[in-house]
Design a protein around this ligand. Structure first.
Ligand code: KG4
Length: 338
């Protein structure tokens, strides 16, 4: 007998629904919210309203693309947190209402577990997936974590950011350069045309495996401020070099702690996940780091790096196999670690 799971994701500013049957992806529909661009960041109230408008068409389209009816579903997995509470309420309430209507169980998914488990989304029967244990570098707009993954249910955070996340470092520095939100993809594009050694920015010196990106942000700001005094067109003239140097510094910071974590935990594979894992520089740096150290690198497809329901559906599928369903009264939560 096959198992078909609907995944629903609404933790931030992407409304997404996906269908997975026996671990194989059948559809993954994402409606991104453009409304936030003009404000330079996600506006929670606008995000909730857009989710409310998008959720029904997105779920219907995911079922249509999968070629199934709602009555073919065995369970509904939804992101319970962490994220914006108003946004989460839309997805969780929709999932619960639909599950009651269909008389099938709901499965709550930790969004961060979803990012880690996105490497197990199969698009064909013979697709390879990671073997346990491995280390996952989870880098997004809200998190920067090094996670030791022993099984889909057994994950330990070895290190986390103590201030900004890697994605925030990209976005905040991009904002200073006058780039649109989110700035990460713009920095990525500009960096490919610039000199990564043009500028040196501060790197943190904190013990252990934790990250810090706030010093980098400040030193980026000071570099711009000092140069603007002599050249009012400094940003415009040097934007590619600034982007390339910023990206290189972020990658150096990420790899410094990652290499320590690999030595300490003796795993032989590294996976990356979260929005920042879409970055071209990060992807090639991880690949060459793994090649140099004889490790297997797991680099996700770009469509699975940002928020998507396929990762929620696969995390839900693992829980389904263990019979881990959740009661309907479970509320969403805004903050939690892995
Ligand atoms: O995982 P995600 O979609 O959700 C949040 O945690 O919010 O990550 C979004 C983050 C943003 O900071 C965005 O700038 C960053 O991922 N991002 C990138 C790239 N694509 C998305 N950062 C650098 N390079 C990219 N290509």
């Amino acid at each position: 007998m096959s198992t078909t799971i609907l995944g629903i994701e609404s933790s931030c500013d992407d409304t997404s629904a996906a269908v997975i049957t026996d671990g194989i992806l059948r559809s993954n529909v994402i409606a991104s919210q453009k409304v936030h661009e003009q404000y330079g960041g996600v506006v929670p109230e606008l995000a909730s309203r857009a989710h409310q408008q998008n959720i029904l068409p997105v779920v219907s389209e995911a079922l249509r693309q999968a070629g199934i009816k709602a009555s073919d579903l065995d369970a509904i997995a939804y992101t319970r947190g962490p994220g914006l509470l108003g946004s989460l309420l839309v997805g969780t309430s929709f999932a619960k209402g639909m599950a009651i209507g269909l008389d099938i169980p709901t499965i709550d998914v930790n969004h961060l577990h979803g990012h880690v488990l996105s490497h197990f989304i199969k698009e064909s029967e013979d697709q390879e997936v990671p073997e346990f244990p491995f280390i996952c570098l989870l880098i997004s707009g809200g998190n920067s974590q090094i996670i030791l993954v022993r099984s889909p249910f057994d994950m330990d955070i070895l290190g986390s950011t103590i201030d900004d996340a890697a994605g925030e470092a990209f976005d905040k520095c991009a904002k200073v350069m006058g780039l649109p939100y989110p700035g990460g993809p713009h920095i990525d594009r500009l960096a490919s045309e610039g000199n990564p050694d043009a500028y040196r920015f501060a790197k943190p010196h904190i013990p252990g495996l934790d990250y810090s990106f706030s010093g980098l942000k400040t030193s980026f700001l000071y570099t711009i401020r000092d140069n603007l005094k002599t050249d009012p067109d400094f940003i415009e003239n040097r934007k590619a070099d600034l982007a390339a140097s910023l990206q290189k510094t972020i990658i150096d910071i990420l790899l410094d702690k990652l290499s320590k974590a690999v030595k300490e935990s003796k795993v032989n594979a590294i996976a990356i996940g979260g929005g920042v894992s879409a970055n071209s520089g990060v992807r090639s740096a991880i690949e060459s780091f793994c090649r140099r150290h004889g490790l297997k690198a797991w680099i996700p497809k770009r469509s699975f790096t940002t928020d998507n329901a396929a990762m929620v559906a696969i995390a839900g599928y693992f829980k389904y196999l263990k019979g881990e369903f959740c009661p309907l009264e479970l509320p969403p939560y805004s903050k939690v670690e892995v």
